[in-house]
Design a protein. Structure first.
Length: 223
Protein backbone atom coordinates (compact mmCIF):
# COMPACT_ATOMS: atom_id res chain seq x y z
CA UNK A 1 0.00 0.00 0.00
CA UNK A 2 1.45 3.43 -0.95
CA UNK A 3 2.57 5.64 1.90
CA UNK A 4 0.40 8.69 2.54
CA UNK A 5 1.80 12.23 2.44
CA UNK A 6 -0.29 15.14 3.77
CA UNK A 7 0.35 18.44 1.98
CA UNK A 8 -1.09 21.56 3.64
CA UNK A 9 -0.82 24.93 1.89
CA UNK A 10 -3.44 27.59 1.20
CA UNK A 11 -2.13 27.96 -2.37
CA UNK A 12 -3.91 25.25 -4.31
CA UNK A 13 -1.44 25.34 -7.21
CA UNK A 14 1.43 24.53 -4.81
CA UNK A 15 -0.54 21.67 -3.26
CA UNK A 16 -1.37 20.25 -6.68
CA UNK A 17 2.19 20.64 -7.98
CA UNK A 18 3.73 18.95 -4.94
CA UNK A 19 0.99 16.31 -5.00
CA UNK A 20 1.82 15.47 -8.62
CA UNK A 21 5.48 14.90 -7.77
CA UNK A 22 4.70 12.68 -4.76
CA UNK A 23 2.11 10.72 -6.75
CA UNK A 24 4.66 10.16 -9.52
CA UNK A 25 7.08 8.88 -6.87
CA UNK A 26 4.52 6.27 -5.74
CA UNK A 27 2.90 8.01 -2.77
CA UNK A 28 -0.73 8.83 -1.98
CA UNK A 29 -0.98 12.60 -1.63
CA UNK A 30 -3.66 14.13 0.61
CA UNK A 31 -4.27 17.87 0.29
CA UNK A 32 -5.42 20.43 2.89
CA UNK A 33 -5.95 24.11 2.08
CA UNK A 34 -5.93 25.52 5.62
CA UNK A 35 -4.65 24.61 9.07
CA UNK A 36 -7.93 23.29 10.45
CA UNK A 37 -8.32 21.02 7.43
CA UNK A 38 -4.74 19.81 7.91
CA UNK A 39 -5.61 18.68 11.44
CA UNK A 40 -8.77 16.95 10.19
CA UNK A 41 -6.94 15.13 7.40
CA UNK A 42 -4.27 13.97 9.86
CA UNK A 43 -6.89 12.73 12.34
CA UNK A 44 -8.56 10.77 9.54
CA UNK A 45 -5.20 9.37 8.40
CA UNK A 46 -3.09 8.71 11.51
CA UNK A 47 -1.03 6.24 9.48
CA UNK A 48 0.30 9.00 7.20
CA UNK A 49 4.08 8.81 6.74
CA UNK A 50 4.85 12.55 6.64
CA UNK A 51 3.22 15.99 6.74
CA UNK A 52 4.26 19.06 4.77
CA UNK A 53 2.99 22.29 6.36
CA UNK A 54 3.02 25.82 5.00
CA UNK A 55 3.43 28.35 7.81
CA UNK A 56 1.05 31.08 6.63
CA UNK A 57 -2.36 29.39 6.42
CA UNK A 58 -5.86 30.52 7.41
CA UNK A 59 -7.81 29.03 10.34
CA UNK A 60 -4.60 27.78 12.01
CA UNK A 61 -1.08 28.64 10.96
CA UNK A 62 1.55 25.97 10.34
CA UNK A 63 3.22 26.47 13.71
CA UNK A 64 -0.05 25.83 15.59
CA UNK A 65 -0.80 22.78 13.45
CA UNK A 66 2.71 21.50 14.06
CA UNK A 67 2.33 21.90 17.84
CA UNK A 68 -1.04 20.13 17.90
CA UNK A 69 0.16 17.20 15.83
CA UNK A 70 3.44 16.90 17.69
CA UNK A 71 1.52 16.67 20.97
CA UNK A 72 0.06 13.34 19.87
CA UNK A 73 2.42 12.01 17.20
CA UNK A 74 6.07 11.68 16.17
CA UNK A 75 5.21 11.78 12.46
CA UNK A 76 7.91 13.59 10.42
CA UNK A 77 6.96 17.20 9.65
CA UNK A 78 8.43 19.49 6.98
CA UNK A 79 7.64 23.20 7.27
CA UNK A 80 7.37 25.41 4.17
CA UNK A 81 7.83 29.17 4.24
CA UNK A 82 8.66 32.09 1.97
CA UNK A 83 10.70 33.52 4.85
CA UNK A 84 14.28 32.39 5.35
CA UNK A 85 15.19 34.29 8.53
CA UNK A 86 16.84 32.29 11.30
CA UNK A 87 14.02 33.29 13.67
CA UNK A 88 11.42 31.58 11.49
CA UNK A 89 13.49 28.44 11.10
CA UNK A 90 14.14 28.25 14.85
CA UNK A 91 10.43 28.78 15.53
CA UNK A 92 9.64 25.83 13.29
CA UNK A 93 12.14 23.53 14.97
CA UNK A 94 11.06 24.60 18.46
CA UNK A 95 7.46 23.72 17.56
CA UNK A 96 8.51 20.22 16.57
CA UNK A 97 9.31 20.43 12.86
CA UNK A 98 11.96 18.07 11.47
CA UNK A 99 12.84 20.02 8.33
CA UNK A 100 12.40 23.61 7.08
CA UNK A 101 12.17 24.32 3.35
CA UNK A 102 12.22 27.86 1.95
CA UNK A 103 10.02 28.87 -0.99
CA UNK A 104 10.54 28.79 -3.92
CA UNK A 105 11.72 25.19 -3.85
CA UNK A 106 12.19 22.27 -6.20
CA UNK A 107 9.34 19.74 -5.81
CA UNK A 108 11.70 16.97 -6.90
CA UNK A 109 14.17 17.90 -4.18
CA UNK A 110 11.31 18.15 -1.66
CA UNK A 111 10.33 14.57 -2.49
CA UNK A 112 13.92 13.41 -1.89
CA UNK A 113 14.07 15.31 1.42
CA UNK A 114 10.79 13.70 2.47
CA UNK A 115 11.98 10.23 1.51
CA UNK A 116 15.20 10.66 3.51
CA UNK A 117 13.21 11.89 6.50
CA UNK A 118 10.74 8.98 6.29
CA UNK A 119 13.59 6.49 5.97
CA UNK A 120 15.40 7.96 8.97
CA UNK A 121 12.22 8.07 11.04
CA UNK A 122 11.36 4.45 10.28
CA UNK A 123 14.90 3.33 11.03
CA UNK A 124 14.72 5.05 14.43
CA UNK A 125 11.37 3.37 15.16
CA UNK A 126 12.76 -0.02 14.18
CA UNK A 127 15.81 0.40 16.41
CA UNK A 128 13.73 1.54 19.38
CA UNK A 129 10.88 -0.89 18.94
CA UNK A 130 11.63 -4.42 20.00
CA UNK A 131 8.39 -3.63 21.91
CA UNK A 132 9.46 -5.71 24.92
CA UNK A 133 9.75 -8.72 22.61
CA UNK A 134 6.57 -8.01 20.61
CA UNK A 135 7.03 -8.86 16.92
CA UNK A 136 4.49 -8.53 14.11
CA UNK A 137 4.67 -10.74 11.00
CA UNK A 138 2.23 -8.93 8.70
CA UNK A 139 2.65 -11.42 5.85
CA UNK A 140 1.81 -14.46 8.00
CA UNK A 141 -0.77 -12.65 10.17
CA UNK A 142 1.10 -13.71 13.29
CA UNK A 143 2.22 -11.82 16.38
CA UNK A 144 4.95 -13.03 18.73
CA UNK A 145 5.64 -12.00 22.30
CA UNK A 146 9.03 -13.00 23.70
CA UNK A 147 9.37 -15.53 20.90
CA UNK A 148 5.99 -17.17 21.46
CA UNK A 149 3.13 -16.94 18.96
CA UNK A 150 0.03 -15.23 20.34
CA UNK A 151 -3.36 -16.86 19.89
CA UNK A 152 -5.18 -13.92 18.31
CA UNK A 153 -8.32 -13.68 16.24
CA UNK A 154 -8.01 -11.90 12.89
CA UNK A 155 -9.54 -8.68 14.23
CA UNK A 156 -7.34 -8.77 17.34
CA UNK A 157 -4.29 -9.18 15.12
CA UNK A 158 -5.37 -6.33 12.85
CA UNK A 159 -6.00 -4.02 15.81
CA UNK A 160 -2.65 -4.88 17.38
CA UNK A 161 -0.83 -4.40 14.07
CA UNK A 162 -2.49 -1.04 13.51
CA UNK A 163 -1.67 0.16 17.02
CA UNK A 164 1.96 -0.96 16.68
CA UNK A 165 2.22 0.67 13.26
CA UNK A 166 1.03 3.91 14.86
CA UNK A 167 2.89 3.44 18.14
CA UNK A 168 2.87 6.54 20.31
CA UNK A 169 -0.25 7.93 18.62
CA UNK A 170 -3.66 7.94 20.25
CA UNK A 171 -6.18 6.28 17.94
CA UNK A 172 -9.86 6.96 18.52
CA UNK A 173 -12.49 4.23 18.38
CA UNK A 174 -13.77 5.80 15.16
CA UNK A 175 -10.30 5.58 13.60
CA UNK A 176 -9.92 1.95 14.63
CA UNK A 177 -13.36 1.06 13.29
CA UNK A 178 -12.60 2.80 10.00
CA UNK A 179 -9.21 1.10 9.63
CA UNK A 180 -10.23 -2.41 10.74
CA UNK A 181 -13.94 -2.76 9.95
CA UNK A 182 -14.44 -0.06 7.32
CA UNK A 183 -16.41 3.17 7.08
CA UNK A 184 -19.76 1.41 6.62
CA UNK A 185 -19.51 -0.55 9.88
CA UNK A 186 -22.62 0.23 11.93
CA UNK A 187 -22.19 -1.67 15.19
CA UNK A 188 -21.57 -0.13 18.60
CA UNK A 189 -18.14 1.36 19.32
CA UNK A 190 -18.05 -0.90 22.39
CA UNK A 191 -17.03 -3.64 19.95
CA UNK A 192 -13.60 -1.95 19.89
CA UNK A 193 -13.49 -1.89 23.70
CA UNK A 194 -14.26 -5.61 23.95
CA UNK A 195 -11.57 -6.50 21.41
CA UNK A 196 -9.05 -4.31 23.22
CA UNK A 197 -9.94 -5.91 26.56
CA UNK A 198 -9.35 -9.43 25.20
CA UNK A 199 -6.18 -8.31 23.45
CA UNK A 200 -4.84 -6.78 26.67
CA UNK A 201 -5.37 -10.06 28.52
CA UNK A 202 -3.59 -12.05 25.82
CA UNK A 203 -0.66 -9.62 25.89
CA UNK A 204 -0.17 -10.13 29.64
CA UNK A 205 2.32 -7.75 31.24
CA UNK A 206 2.92 -5.97 27.93
CA UNK A 207 -0.80 -5.35 27.56
CA UNK A 208 -1.12 -4.12 31.13
CA UNK A 209 1.77 -1.66 30.86
CA UNK A 210 1.96 -0.63 27.19
CA UNK A 211 -1.53 -0.91 25.71
CA UNK A 212 -2.94 2.29 27.12
CA UNK A 213 -6.49 3.58 27.33
CA UNK A 214 -6.68 7.36 26.88
CA UNK A 215 -10.03 8.01 28.49
CA UNK A 216 -12.49 9.89 26.33
CA UNK A 217 -10.22 9.55 23.31
CA UNK A 218 -9.11 6.02 22.44
CA UNK A 219 -6.11 3.71 22.66
CA UNK A 220 -2.40 3.64 21.95
CA UNK A 221 0.71 1.48 22.24
CA UNK A 222 3.05 3.47 24.44
CA UNK A 223 6.57 3.88 23.13
Amino acid sequence: MPLKIIIADDERRICELVSDFFTAAGYTALIALDGAEAIRVFEENPDAALIILDIMMPEKDGWQVCREIRAVSDIPIIMLSARSEDFDMLEGFENGADEYVVKPFSPAVLVKRAEALIKRSRAEIKESAPEQGLKIDADAYLAYLDGKALDLTLKEFEILSYLVENRGRVLSREQLISAIWGYDYEKDERTVDSHIARLRVKLGEFGATRLKTVYGVGYKIEV
